[in-house]
Design a protein. Sequence first.
Length: 308
Amino acid sequence: MTMRKRQAHDVAVIGGGIAGLTAAWHAAQTGMSVVLVEASPLFGGQVATLDRVDGFPSIAPVSGHGLAASLLEATVQSGVTLVEADVIAIEQEGALRRVATVAGAHRCRAVVVASGCRRRLLNVPHEASWAGRGLSHCVACDGGFYRGRDVLVVGGGDAAFQAAAALADICREVAVVVRGNARARRALVDRATGKANLRFIWGMEVDALLGDDGLSGVRLRDCSSGRLEEVACRGVFPLIGGIPNSAFLPMDVARTDTGHVCADDGFATTSPGIWAIGAVRDGYCGELAAAAGEAAAVIKAIAPRFRD
Ligand SMILES: Cc1cc2nc3c(=O)[nH]c(=O)nc-3n(C[C@H](O)[C@H](O)[C@H](O)COP(=O)(O)OP(=O)(O)OC[C@H]3O[C@@H](n4cnc5c(N)ncnc54)[C@H](O)[C@@H]3O)c2cc1C
C-alpha cells in the first residue's frame, strides 16, 4: 500500500449512507487510507431513522439506525477519517483528485461517489410550508404524532408500503395513494394488505394539501380523467422516490436525464479515478443489500491500483 497518508488519501468516499460506510470500511480493511465525507451529522443516509429495515439478511430484526451505528463504529475502528461537510466539487490536481467541501479540500487518488438520493417532493403549492404541520417524510420521527388519526401515504414502492404498514399499527385509518402500479416487494405488499385499517386509492395523485392551521385533508386528481376528490386526513407521508445527489460531480461524469450517474460493470464512471455506487448510480436496484454489495465490489475493483 502507498505511504502517502499525510499528503493525500488513497480513497475519498463521498456519502455516509450504507453504501459509503461499507465502502470506506472495506477500503480501510484492504489497507488503503480513507477519508469519508458526509454532509449530514446523522450517518446512515435514507435509512438512518428507520426502526425497521426489510430485505436485509438477518435472523433478528434490524433497525436502520442500529445498522448505521454499528457500521459507523466499525468504520471508525478501521481507521477511516470522518469529515462532516458538504462536497461541492471534485477537481483534478495533477495525478490526484481534490474533493472540495465548504470547509476545506481533501486530496486523494480515487473517489467513490456514494451520495445517494434526496427525497422527491409532491410538487404541490406551498409544499414547504406544510412541513411539521401535517406533512412528513419520516414515520419513525413523526408517526407518533398521528396516533389514532387518519393519515395518507403516497407512493407505490417498498418505502411507501413499509411506512403504510407501520402507520396502520398506530393510526385509525391509513389510505395509500398509488399513481400507477404497486412496485413494492411481495412481502411488503402482503404485510400492508393484511392490515384491516389500510385501504388503497389507485390511479390518483396529490393535487393540493388542504387546511388552515394544520392539515385537514388532501385534494387528489385522477391521473386519467382529471377528476378531483377530497380525502380527509391529518397527516401525509409522501414516499415517492428520490432525486440523485450528483450535481457536484465534474462535467465529464456522464449522467442520465434524471441525474443518475452512469457507471460500467466495475462501477467506474466516465471520468478516470471516479467510481459510483448505490442509489446515486443508474441501474441501482434500490435495496440496502445491493448498496453493501456494490461497496464491497467497487473496493475490490479499485484495490489493485494501490498494490506496491
Ligand atoms: C423511507 C425509506 C425506507 C426504506 N426502507 C428500506 C428497507 O427496508 N430495505 C431496503 O433494502 N431499502 C430501503 N430503502 C432504500 C434504501 O434506503 C436505499 O437503497 C439506500 O439508503 C441507499 O444507500 P446509499 O448509501 O446509496 O444512499 P443514501 O442512503 O441516500 O446515502 C447517501 C448519503 O450521502 C450523503 N450526501 C449526499 N450528497 C452529499 C454531498 N454533496 N457531500 C457529502 N455527503 C453527501 C447524504 O447525506 C447521505 O447520508 C428505504 C428508503 C426510504 C426512503
